[in-house]
Structures are given as C-alpha cells and as structure tokens.
Design a protein around this ligand. Structure first.
Ligand code: B1H
Length: 821
C-alpha cells in the first residue's frame, strides 16, 4: 500500500471528519460538491506528507532545479490524477463505494483548472507530471488567473463565451504562501547615479507603480515515488492596502491605480492560441510572473549558496515559447543592479541558465512588442535589452562584415519593435523545436540565420504526453487490459513496454477484446453526447474525431466540406454502399477570431441538416461537442476510431492530440505534418492514412505566390458543388451571405490575403480518397482491429517521460532525487 492513510477505514473516517468540520454535516446530508471538497482535503493530507518529504530531500541533496516558465498550464482535474499517481485510485474508489459515494460523480464536481489554451499549455502540464514521476526537482511557474479559458456554449449554432469562474468553490489542492510574496515594479523612470565610493553607476527606478505577487502552490504528484513537485502560480495584490489618508497626501490616484493594476493583471487568460494579441496588459502579465518567479528562484538559491556565479550549476529557466522571454532581461537586471555584477559576469550566468522552446512558425504568433510601449512599461529592462542588442550586433558585423541585410534580419530591436524570439535565441544556450520536422523547418527556414551563426544551440525535442492521465485515468478498461496482456504494470512508467502488445496483432481473441473495449468506450461517449447534445449516435458507426483549437491552419473547414461532399454523394446515389459514420468535432475559437467562429456555425448548421434528414437512415451524423476541455477529452480519445490530424503541412509544429489518439488505439488520418511524421514512422504507413501536400510543396507554393484554387473549383464539379453550397443557402435557410466570407477565403479573399491560404481545395481530393480508404479498412473488422491495436502497441516513443528525459540529458542536466519515506 502506498500509504496507510489510504487504508479503507482510516480514509473513510477522514472523509467523515472533513464533512463534519468543513460543513457541519453528515455524509448523507452533504452535497456532491461538499463531498468533492471533503475527499480532496483527505487526499491532500496524504500529499502534504510527501510534499514535505520531497522538500526535505531537496534540502539534503541540493539538486539542480528546472523552472518551467509558462503563461499556460492546462492542468485538467487534480483529484483523480492525484489518486492515480499515488496508486490509490482503486482503494479510494472502493472505500467511497462503501459510504455510498461514487468517485466518478465526485470527480465531476471538480472544475477543470483551465489555465491554458491548447497544446502548449497541456504540454506544460504533461511535462510537470513526467518531471515528478522521473524524480527531478522542478517548479512550474505561471499565473493564477482568476478566470481561465472561457466556457463555450453553443447557442443557435454559434459559439458564446461565458467566464470560467473556476475558483468559485475554492481550490482544495492549493496553498497560499503570503510569506513568499515579491514586489514587481512597472513604469516610471530610471535615475542614473554614480557612487564614488564603489566606482559604480547605479540605476534607480523612480515614480513606478508596483504590485505584490503572492504565490499559490499546487502539488504535482509523481507516480508511485512519493515525489511531489510544485506548480507555483502567482496572484496579485496591491502593495499597500487602500489607505484613506493617502487621499490627503495627494496619492489618492496612485492608490486607486495600484489597486486596479493588481486586480486586472491576473484577471483573465488571453484566449488566443497560436496568435499574438499585442495588448499592454498581456505584457504586464508576462513581466509580472517572470519577475516574481526569478526573484523567488534567486532568493531560494542564495539561502543555501553564497556564490551567485555558480547559479547555472543549480538553476535552469526553461522558457515555454516567447511569452516568458523577458526572463533573460529580468535575470540580467537582478544580477547587474541587485547583485552588482559586471556585464560580462551577468551575461555569462544568464546565457548558461536560460533556454528557449519554439512552438510555432505561424507568422501571426510571433511576439513583437512596440518599443514605445515596452520601454514605457519596463524602462530598466528595456535599457538592458538595448545593450544586449548592441553587443550582439557587433558580433553579427564581425561575422558578416558589410552585410547590413543580416543585421536587419537578426537584430533584436528593429523597426520600432522588440523581437522576443531573437532575444531568447541570443540569450539562451538552447533553442529547441517540438518535433523533428518542425525543428528542421526552424533550422532551414524561419531561424536560418541564427542556425547558421550558432548551430550548437539548436536541438529537437519531440513532444510527448502522459499515459497516466490519458490512458490510466481516461481509459481504465484498456489500461487494465494492457497490464494483463503484457503481464506487467510497468508501462505506467515505461511506455516502450507497449510494444509487448505487438504479438497480439494476429490473435483474433485479443483483437476482439481490444475492439470490445473500444466499443464500451464508444457507448460511454454516446451517452455523454446524448446527455450534453441531445443527439443519438450509434456506437457501431465509425467515430471520426477532430478535437483541437479552431484555427484555419488546422483545417476543420476541410473536414466539414468533406462531410458536405459525402452527404451530397449519399443523396445523389442512395444505393451506394456506405458505412455509417459519426463525425465528431470539439473546438474553441478565440473570442475575436471571426472566421473561426463562422466555421463553428457551419459545422453546427451541417449537423442540423444532416442529423435530421431521415432519408439517409442515420448513415451520417455530425456532432459538435460543446466546451471541449481536458476532462471530456479523456472520454473522447478513449472512444475514437479515427484521429483527424489534417493541418496544412508545415503549420502544426507538433500536435499532441495525435499522440493521445494513438495511445488509445485510433489510427491517424493526417498530413505529413508535425509529429504525425514520427507517428507514421513508429506505426508504419500501412497503419495510418496519410494524404496531401508535403511541407516542402506547401513552402514552395508559398514562396511562389500561392496557387490557383479557381482551377480546381472550375474543373471538379463535386468540389464546386460543395463550395457553392456555402453561398446558395443550403445550410443557412436560404441566406446567401452567412458563409460568404468562408467562400471568399477559398476563392477570392477580400482582405488581400492569398486565396485558399491553407490549401483546402488543393488537398480535398486526396483527403476524400484517404477517407474512402478508412471506410474500406474499417469494413474489414479484423484488419481494422489489428491497425488499431498496433497504434497502441507502437506509441511508446510518445510518452512525455521520454521527452523529459531528453531535455534532462541534452539541456537541463538535472540530478535524480529519491524521496526517502
Ligand atoms: C502552440 C502556441 C501558442 N504553438 C501563442 N504556439 C499563444 C502561441 O497566447 N498566445 O499568444 C498561445 C499558444 N501553441 C502549439 O504548441 C502548437 O500549435 C502545437 O503544434 C504543439 O503541439 C503545441 C505544444 O508544443
């Protein structure tokens, strides 16, 4: 047993006690939410012991620590995951059963902590899980947003956003740690002082506004090893509580302003995925959590070390995309102004502690801050960036004499803007992409100049996912079956063992069991859909799933246009053979992304027509799952037959949903993009459905002004019919304008962009053919079962445990910690 406190009677007593002291109630009287809280506090009690033990071990061992700096942590629910990782899920479930409490129902009371948008935030969460499981010392550093990712409602087919008040009932797992608060300063001016006695120039910030950053710690429980790391997210508070007498001192305005700053700074997560918003408040958020996190890391280091020069031996700051890259300048500021080091010493330390991960090549995601805004908000940090840039450009000119084109292309400060990616590359010792293809594109296209000048910094770290959440918790039936078949539970921490399933690829009995589990998971999802969407779907139909953020490059539009095409085919040829199919979508669109919202409306309109057309005998169903998030994702992956990964090649840096589908036995229908390339390499071309332009072809077209979608429209009547249906009222009650913008985007955009930028019509036929192959393959039950099983069997590479070990070996060089209990 993991811990005697999970022993049945002890745990039951603890829950009863909590219900009594928290709510003055008995188990029978408590609401489900109250039971969730009481159970969570009982679990937290156990976690705390391990958390303390881990911190004590850190004190003893003094391991190197990685600080994973991220604007997003898409954690998903904690209760079930913590129980899984403490290897107590089944015991606790049984104990609660005896009290008449259904653990699953209790779990559903927990709001999803949705402090992230999509893949980038979820990756951070998977990384924390793996870091703790592998026994490394790590902190996640982020923001405790008052409101997380908005909740999505579908009203009349349209997305409506409502606030995600995730803290409403209180978060039982967090600890507020007021005593570790840090001050963060904004604005004002820098006074330069010369100190004769020390011969140093001092830079003093004056007339600034400031806020107090208050950390909240959440435990990150490793699997079965008593290792508990910390996710530290910062809340903001006004530095002095509102003081009336400040009115008399004429500071009234300032007091109000500081109060407001504190309130707004952590108010809400920006709901953009792969898109840079450029808002002042966003920059404030970035500096706020970075300054607080770095100050805290330095304070912690200095508590037990007296030589700041040796910081790189004990500390790594990993920057999750450009959002936290102000970190390099903030670290320089602290080393120069507070530690009073010289520039060269400070630079040496900074460039040995900071590393940068790039997650996208989408031009609209590149962070470039206007210099006037940046220097006004962060005057001292800006001075430091100027000096970093000045020194860097000297090196560029030395390396490329007379080549001002290089200088222009590589400068950090250019054209009135601060280019955050350039800052990160110049100051970091490591620059990594998130899948092999993505890293190659960075080296050969997007970051070519930097790669040429500093090739040693560039490396690849193909993303991964945690099997603890996405198989053990999300798909317990399959998890138990895998354990039985390969004869060990060790896959939970060593996913390469999944290859032990390969020997069942031709075993009809095993294949039948595997597909029976898939069927049960489809029934579970069908019930979810009936309950939440009021749509009946047939679990015997093919569940064809595309769930991810809504973005044009991810091409949900290609998917739904193909559904429209299939519907036309069925109507035109009622006699044709057609295997029943359920197309399942889930996607949030950024609130200001109009075209993405039109695509959601289109999907829902097609669903309305198709689902209610009795003449097609339910052969085709379309479902849009409302409010796609981590908790329902777990159910969806488990139930999928087909994994739609159809981004325009070169655009999806990696993808991680693709890996979650694979783990759960759904073959990929996709382009040669991101990590799909590596998935196919592992599972074999014959066990995936690959189609469409390659990344080279796409990049080639792009460099030569695009292509002519009109040619396809004119020559292919099936495609023309579908495209015309966007503007002939078929899916809009006769309204010819509702989808005009989507039509235009394909053929003749009004905003000056290229027609069909994402090659939807170009790839349409290839996609339709690949879909036909899916149908053929599915009809052959045994063949399909074998494909599905081989996907699960070959997914070993895609665990985030492997990814983290590579970060440790190549970049972080952390020490393993063994927590002694
Ligand atoms: C990814 C983002 C992203 N890449 C800007 N970039 C954001 C960019 O709020 N912003 O400003 C938010 C998110 N997200 C994703 O990262 C990639 O698209 C996926 O392909 C990749 O799998 C994931 C994790 O590496």
């Amino acid at each position: 047993m993991y811990n005697p406190r999970f022993e049945k009677e002890t745990f039951k007593k603890e829950v009863k006690h909590n219900v009594k002291t928290l709510y003055r109630k008995t188990i029978e009287e408590a609401t489900p939410q109250q039971l969730f809280q009481a159970v969570s506090y009982a679990v937290k009690e156990v976690i705390i012991d391990d958390w303390i033990a881990t911190q004590n071990q850190f004190k003893k061992d003094d391991p190197k620590i990685v600080y994973y700096m991220s604007m997003e942590f898409l954690m998903g629910r904690a209760l079930g995951n913590n129980l899984i990782n403490m290897t107590a899920y089944k015991e606790v479930k049984a104990a609660l059963d005896e009290m008449g409490i259904d653990l699953n129902a209790i779990e559903d009371e927990e709001p999803d902590p949705a402090l992230g948008n999509g893949g980038l935030g979820r990756l951070a969460a998977c990384f924390l899980d793996s870091l703790a499981t592998l026994g490394y010392a790590a902190y996640g550093c982020g923001i405790r947003y008052r409101y997380g990712m908005f909740k999505q409602k579908i009203e009349n087919g349209y997305q409506v956003e409502t606030p995600d008040n995730w803290l409403k009932e209180g978060n039982p797992f967090e600890l507020r740690r007021e005593e570790y608060a840090k001050e963060v300063r904004f604005g004002g001016n820098i006074r330069v002082e010369y100190d004769d006695s020390t011969n140093r120039t001092k830079f003093v910030q004056e007339n600034y506004e400031s806020v107090l950053a208050i950390p909240y710690d959440m435990p990150i429980v490793g699997y079965g090893n008593h290792h508990v790391n910390t996710l530290r997210i910062w809340d903001a508070k006004a530095i002095t509580d509102f003081q009336l007498d400040s009115f008399d001192r004429g500071d009234y305005h300032k007091a109000v302003e500081q109060e407001n700053l504190a309130k707004t700074i952590v108010e809400v997560l920006y709901p953009n995925d792969n898109h840079y918003a450029g808002k002042e408040l966003r920059l404030k958020q970035q500096y706020f959590f970075i300054s607080a996190s770095i100050q805290a890391a330095i304070t912690k280091y200095k508590k037990t070390h007296d030589d700041i020069h040796k910081l790189p031996e004990k500390v790594i700051f990993q920057m999750n995309d450009t959002h936290p890259t102000v970190a390099v300048a903030e670290l320089m500021r602290i080393l120069l102004d507070e530690e009073e080091l010289g520039w060269n010493e400070a630079w040496d330390i900074t460039t040995k502690t900071c590393a940068y991960t790039n997650h996208t090549i989408m031009a609209e995601a590149l962070e470039k801050w206007p210099i006037d805004l940046f220097s006004r908000l962060l005057p001292r940090v800006y001075q430091i960036i100027q000096e970093i840039d000045r020194r860097f450009l000297i090196q560029v000119r030395e390396r490329y004499p007379g080549n001002e084109e290089k200088v222009r292309k590589m400068a950090i400060l250019y054209n009135g803007q601060v280019r955050m990616a350039h800052l990160a590359i110049v100051a970091g010792f490591s620059v990594n992409g998130v899948a092999r293809l993505h890293t190659e594109i960075l080296k050969n296209q997007e970051l070519r100049d930097f790669y040429e000048m500093m090739p040693q910094k560039f490396n690849n770290k193909t993303n991964g996912i945690t099997q603890r959440r996405f198989l053990m918790h999300g798909n317990p039936l399959l998890a138990d079956w895998v354990t039985e078949k390969i004869g060990t539970k060790d896959w939970i921490t060593d996913l390469s063992l999944m290859s032990g399933l390969k020997k069942y690829a031709d075993d009809s009995k095993a294949l039948a069991e595997f597909m029976d589990i898939k069927y049960k998971n489809k029934v579970r999802l069908a019930e979810y859909i009936r309950k939440h969407n009021g749509i009946e779907v047939d679990p015997r139909s093919i569940f064809d799933v595309q769930v991810k953020r809504l973005h044009e490059y991810k091409r949900q539009l290609l998917n739904i246009l193909h559904v429209m095409y299939l519907y036309n085919q069925i109507k035109e040829h009622p006699e044709m053979s057609f295997f029943p199919r359920t197309f399942i979508f889930g996607a949030k669109a950024s609130a200001g992304y109009i075209r993405a919202k039109e695509i959601i409306k289109l999907i829902n309109s097609v669903a309305d027509i198709v689902n209610n057309d009795r003449s097609i005998n339910g052969k085709l169903k379309v479902v849009f799952i409302e409010d796609y998030r981590v908790s329902n994702a777990e159910i969806i992956f488990a139930a999928a037959d087909v994994s739609e990964q159809i981004s325009t090649a070169s655009k999806e840096a990696s993808g991680t949903g693709n890996m979650k589908f694979m783990l759960n036995g759904a073959p990929t229908l996709g382009t040669m993009d991101g990590a799909n390339v590596e998935i196919v390499e592992e599972v074999g071309m014959e066990n995936a459905f690959i189609f469409g332009l390659s990344s080279e072809e796409v990049i080639n077209y792009e460099n030569n002004g695009g292509y002519h979608p009109q040619d396809i429209y004119n020559s292919d009547p099936d495609i023309r019919k579908v495209v015309d249906q966007l503007i002939n009222g078929t899916y809009s009650n006769g309204d010819h304008e509702m989808y005009r913008d989507l039509y235009n985007s394909l053929l003749c955009p009004k905003d000056g962009s290229k027609a069909d930028m994402y090659f939807i019509l170009k790839d349409f036929r290839a996609y339709a053919e690949a879909q036909k192959k899916v149908e053929e393959a599915y009809k052959d039950k045994e063949r399909w079962a074998k494909m599905a099983l081989l996907n699960t069997a070959c997914c070993g590479k895609f665990t985030s445990d492997r990814t983290i070990q590579e970060y440790v070996d190549d970049i972080w060089h952390l020490d393993k910690v063994t927590v002694e209990i």
